[in-house]
Design a protein around this ligand. Structure first.
Ligand SMILES: Nc1ncnc2c1ncn2[C@@H]1O[C@H](COP(=O)(O)OP(=O)(O)OP(=O)(O)O)[C@@H](O)[C@H]1O
Ligand SMILES: [Mg+2]
Length: 267
């Protein structure tokens, strides 16, 4: 890997969509951000500000109107194996079983044998707690379970970067906590780079090396908070959430988001 290039970079990215009246709606304004390999970067910002749009562009599903998004120094041209996405809404194939859905994530992995794929599918199905439902078609399981299928499918594919758009939003508190810790573990042991969108400030602080707070639309970066500098390098656990440093960060971020909400309300 080239030491001088950032892993993923957003360089003066702008994005505008045509609106119904034939003019343009500005969604992203001049966003510049470097993400290092192995980092977990969390995006926070008001609903509708442009977080999903940024994630889709990082994944190659949409393109900036101006500026560049580069992975290993090369413009992102489309989706590929290196980028794994978990979307905000459930995305699984109802005509496939849970197991088949997870296997589907590995369809391009020619480096794996059929047995290795089976083994990985089982491992990630277990990781998301769905082993007992492996043979169920996904239209026969709940929304939160379907979301977990999507997570297992993406993890099983072993991308270099995980683009996770509110992936745990539909889950109960305990499942969510469990998967947060699993994600931290995967990031630590496999050095996987993660961009994670959430509206939950505690989830943001628990997971993040850095939290990026965006303004209301058009999204621009209000603050880039080096959470890891405050929380330290130690393994994060549920107890991390009880620490003074955690509360300080949480309160600081809440203050920033509240200030932004007031600004919009007064505008
Ligand atoms: N394909 C599109 N065409 C036109 N406008 C779009 C398109 N996709 C998104 N937008 C607009 O871009 C803005 C940002 O949407 P986006 O989904 O990125 O927000 P978000 O930050 O992810 O919000 P949330 O937190 O509610 O998920 C919205 O005003 C939305 O209407
Ligand atoms: Mg969104």
């Amino acid at each position: 890997m080239n030491g001088t290039l950032p892993f993923l970079s957003f360089e003066q990215v702008t994005k505008a969509f045509p609106d119904q009246l034939g003019s343009e709606i500005e969604v992203i304004r001049d966003t510049t951000l470097d993400i290092a390999e192995g980092e977990i970067v969390v995006f926070l910002g008001p609903s509708g500000c442009g977080k999903t749009t940024l994630m889709r562009m990082a994944g190659g599903l949409d393109f900036p109107s101006g500026g560049h998004i580069r992975l290993h120094g090369e413009d992102v041209k489309g989706p590929d194996r290196r980028k794994g996405m978990v979307f905000q809404s459930y995305s699984s194939f109802p005509w496939l079983t849970v197991h088949q859905n997870v296997l589907f994530g590995m369809r391009y992995r020619q480096d794996l044998t059929a047995e290795q794929k089976e083994e990985r599918a089982k491992r990630y199905t277990k990781l998301v707690g769905l082993t007992d439902f492996a043979t169920f078609f996904t239209n026969r399981i709940s929304g939160g379970m379907r979301q977990r299928v999507a997570i297992a499918r993406t993890l099983a594919a072993d991308p270099e970067i995980l683009l996770m758009d509110e992936p745990f939003g539909a889950l109960d508190a305990l499942t969510r906590e469990f998967l947060q810790l699993q994600l931290l573990d995967i990031n630590r042991t496999e050095r996987k780079t993660v961009i994670f969108v959430t509206h939950d400030v505690e989830e943001a602080v628990l997971l993040a090396d850095r939290v990026i707070v965006f303004s209301a639309r058009p999204a621009r970066i209000i603050e880039d908070i080096a959470v890891a500098d405050t929380l330290g390098d130690g393994v994060r656990t549920i107890e991390t959430k009880e620490s003074d440093r955690f509360f300080q960060l949480r309160n600081r971020i809440l203050q920033i988001t509240r200030k932004e909400a007031e600004r919009i309300a007064l505008a």
